[in-house]
Design a protein around this ligand. Structure first.
Ligand SMILES: [Zn+2]
Ligand SMILES: [Zn+2]
Ligand SMILES: [Zn+2]
Length: 250
């Protein structure tokens, strides 16, 4: 496969660029301010999504982009053994913040996901508000509203679970990562195969994936990867500091 970079992603008036940033932490990260900033654990994904028709109004473009991301959210959330961005609890919920520049040419959308233990109340929710305020200021946008829903985080599968079955017990199992997109993780090849009909469009949408996954106390160079379109899985050792590639299983 020819390698793709942001510059070589499909572009033009028919495409919207969606930049998605997933923020969280890893199991053994110390709970301290050191893990924030440029070194903060995250994955940055840039999608180039073909629009369904020409000359769409900006609001329709934004709706189309967010519908795509919301539809494939399970493929995004089960991408690591994510822990809360602020504490050491496993992440179960996320806060999504969307910024839109869809009236520009080319249109683009920025979506942050903060993976947290509980975005509703408590110290992690308060920390999240501080970050949201800062981000909104940087982007010249109003501060997003605090989530209104009152769901119990324990009604949601942890991010660390398999994207296919989402079973609680898969949290402690090694996972197989889809090596085609370098993102979505499964407890077994069977789960990956069963999930493929739901995963395939997400997997094959042109994108660039950059993991920022520093080892303890040290920033690694982010890996930039591009996705071919076949179904593969690679062994990933979640105890390791970086998402490993390992050997492929066909
Ligand atoms: Zn937390
Ligand atoms: Zn599974
Ligand atoms: Zn994939």
């Amino acid at each position: 496969m020819p390698s793709t970079t942001e510059e070589t992603l499909p572009q033009g008036p028919d495409y919207v660029r969606i930049r998605v940033l997933l923020y969280g932490s890893s199991k053994d990260d110390p709970v301290s301010d050191d893990r924030f900033g440029d070194h903060q654990r995250r994955v940055e994904i840039i999608f180039s999504l073909k629009l369904p028709r020409a000359n769409m109004p900006p609001n329709d473009i934004l709706q189309y982009a967010t519908d795509f991301i919301n539809l494939y959210y399970p493929c995004l959330k089960h991408t690591q053994k994510w822990h809360c961005e602020f504490c050491d609890l496993p992440a179960r919920m996320s806060q999504q913040d969307v910024s839109s520049w869809c009236s520009r040419t080319p249109p683009h959308v920025l979506i942050y996901y903060h993976f947290v233990c509980d975005p509703r109340s408590g110290p992690c929710a308060d920390n999240l508000r501080i970050i949201q305020r800062q981000m909104a200021r940087v982007n010249g946008l109003p501060t997003p509203r605090r989530p209104r829903n009152r769901e119990d985080p324990f009604e949601f599968p942890p991010m660390a679970a398999c994207a296919g079955c989402e079973h609680e017990e898969t949290v402690d199992m090694p996972t197989l990562k889809c090596s085609s997109c370098d993102l979505t993780r499964y407890c077994s090849v069977a789960c990956q195969r069963a999930h493929w009909p739901e995963h395939k469009v997400f997997c094959k949408t042109p994108k660039v994936v950059k993991w920022v996954w520093p080892s303890a106390g040290e920033l690694q160079e982010p890996r930039e990867q591009v996705m071919p379109g076949s179904l593969q899985a690679s062994e990933a050792d979640d105890a390791a500091d970086s998402p490993s590639q390992g050997c492929s299983i066909q």
